[in-house]
Design a binder for this molecule. Structure first.
Ligand code: GLN
Length: 277
């Protein structure tokens, strides 16, 4: 159909005007949010110094918090932190409630079935905290003895009365709760706490024999509490990474690019040096 020139000009004008109005609506929304950048929503559990904690001013602080801030800057996004139980972080990333999970989160094969992990940004280990006067020299002393299974020497059983305190849903919990033949201490000998600090409190009270937790938080807890020590050696070696929803491969790529840049230019090391002396 051929329109008369005047009519088509009019139509074009109407079209432009409505586009202008629509754009106007968009602007209004933007104004409501100020000059807001897109948000990068990070789920964490801020009870895990020096990686994430609430500082004396009530602000989120720590290595993960600062690295996440640097990544958000690289991505032109604004970091928003949600402080939740450690155990709900991965489910929340999976259901797209959160964009990323960053919480001194150890990469494991089981977790990789739930989420994608970024490149790793820290090496870590599980260590054993006991009372300073404890006679145990290693977690190996918690076992009754050793036996050979499939050609490998593994623990035969756990000594009576051994109780291991852990933060619920962490690798310390998962590994400790396994059977002795897999170097665990058996479900029944593990006491789960909401935070590492609560586990340490019960260790001080003598309600558990030891607390198994990540090395750097362990150092903080021993510093903050008298009468505790960390046993030599690692119960497990681990690496931390950022959890991202499996469908969000574009975000994963951007985070990995940012991590590489921030590693190469020394920014990540600067953050680590600020919190780990
Ligand atoms: N690294 C441990 C894990 O991933 C503990 C992390 C934490 O307690 N925030 O399970």
């Amino acid at each position: 159909m051929k329109l008369k020139k005047g009519l088509s000009v009019l139509l074009a004008a109407v079209l432009l005007l409505s586009m202008g109005l629509l754009a106007g609506c968009g602007e209004k929304d933007d104004k409501d949010q100020g000059d807001a950048k897109p948000k990068l929503v990070m789920a964490t559990n801020a009870t895990f110094p020096p990686y994430e904690f609430v500082d004396d001013n009530g602000e989120f602080a720590g290595i993960d918090v600062e690295i996440a801030g640097l990544i958000a800057d690289e991505l032109g996004m604004e970091l928003e932190i949600k402080n939740v139980d450690f155990g709900v972080i991965l489910g929340g990333v999976q259901s797209e409630k959160y964009d990323i999970g960053m919480a001194g989160m150890t990469v494991t094969d089981e977790r990789k079935e739930q989420v994608n992990f970024s490149s790793t940004y820290a090496k870590a280990k599980q260590v054993v905290i006991v009372k300073a006067d404890s006679t145990y020299a290693s977690y190996e002393d918690f076992y009754t003895g050793y036996t050979t299974v499939d050609g490998e020497e593994v623990p035969a059983g756990v000594k009576d009365g051994i109780k291991i305190g852990v933060q619920q849903d962490t690798t310390g919990d998962i590994y400790s709760s396994d059977e002795p033949k897999n170097w665990g201490f058996g479900e029944d000998n593990v006491v789960r706490y909401k935070t590492g600090a609560l586990a340490v409190e019960d260790l001080k009270q003598g309600r558990v024999t030891a607390v198994i937790i990540d090395n750097e938080p362990a150092k903080e807890f021993v510093k903050q509490n008298e009468g505790l020590k960390i046993l030599d050696g690692a119960y497990a070696d681990e690496e931390y990474a950022i959890a991202v929803n499996k469908n969000d491969t574009e975000l994963l790529q951007k985070i990995n690019d940012a991590l590489k840049k921030l590693t190469d230019n020394g920014e990540i090391q600067k953050v680590v040096d600020k919190f780990i002396k």
